[in-house]
Design a protein around this ligand. Structure first.
Ligand code: E4P
Length: 218
């Protein structure tokens, strides 16, 4: 399973890349706003940190505008994946950019029907938002299960399921069990994955016993 990092904070991305945990990056307009930087500048810098796909989202809502913005964003670096919302104009843009060889991430997916449409439009990635569905009392992980099942029924579909709006490690583990291709994770969730109280307690006990031996390995 590939791990993308869901942030536009280059310091966070660099730290996680040093751990070997970054297969790609996703951003959205809210994350770019939080970074306080110009979109072209921050996307260009992120693209130098990872060779994996870096999603940069259009903000136009009409086809012509999305196409113009998508072409501008894809020219920033060869590993940019243009992110478009799951609207009629977004699907049309997805089809057009994909047919030109551009990677496209179709975002704001909240139903299996929408995911099927994105695959038909040639999306490289479909981003179903699990956390936001949970927030309104729906079952986000059921959507991932449905999309993975549907895509697996049609071997011609090459669109990868990119689990988005991940809030905690259980989302990730359930998605991995279902066979989702990618999860995009905020840095705090990646940190949660590392930690286990028994690891901390076990290490403490090993080091205490080791100290009693008076030895040092080097
Ligand atoms: C990723 O592509 C999405 O923009 C992101 O995961 C949304 O997460 P949120 O629901 O926590 O804002």
């Amino acid at each position: 399973m590939k791990f993308f990092v869901d942030t536009a904070d280059v310091a966070e991305i660099r730290a996680l890349a040093d751990l070997g945990l970054v297969d790609g990056v996703t951003t959205n307009p809210s994350l770019i706003a939080k970074s306080g930087r110009k979109i072209a500048e921050v996307i260009a810098e992120i693209c130098t940190i990872t060779p994996g796909p870096v999603s940069a989202e259009v903000t136009a809502t009409d086809f012509e505008g999305m196409m113009a913005e998508g072409k501008y964003l894809r020219d920033i670096a060869s590993n940019v994946a243009v992110k478009v919302p799951l609207t009629e104009a977004g699907l049309k843009t997805c089809r057009a950019l994909s047919s030109e060889g551009t990677q496209v991430n179709v975002t704001l997916c909240f139903s299996a029907a929408q995911a099927l449409l994105a695959a038909k439009a040639g999306a490289t990635f479909i981003s179903p938002f699990v956390g936001r569905l949970d927030d309104i009392g729906h079952d986000g992980m059921q959507l991932i299960s449905d999309v993975v099942t549907i895509y697996n029924n049609y071997p011609a579909i090459t669109t990868e399921v990119l689990v988005a709006s991940v809030r905690h490690p259980i989302h990730l583990i359930e998605a991995a069990k279902m066979g989702a291709h990618v999860a995009t994770l905020p840095a705090n969730v990646i940190k949660m994955l590392v930690k286990h109280p028994l690891t901390d307690r076990g290490l403490e006990a090993f080091l205490a016993d080791w100290a009693k031996t008076g030895q040092s390995i080097l």
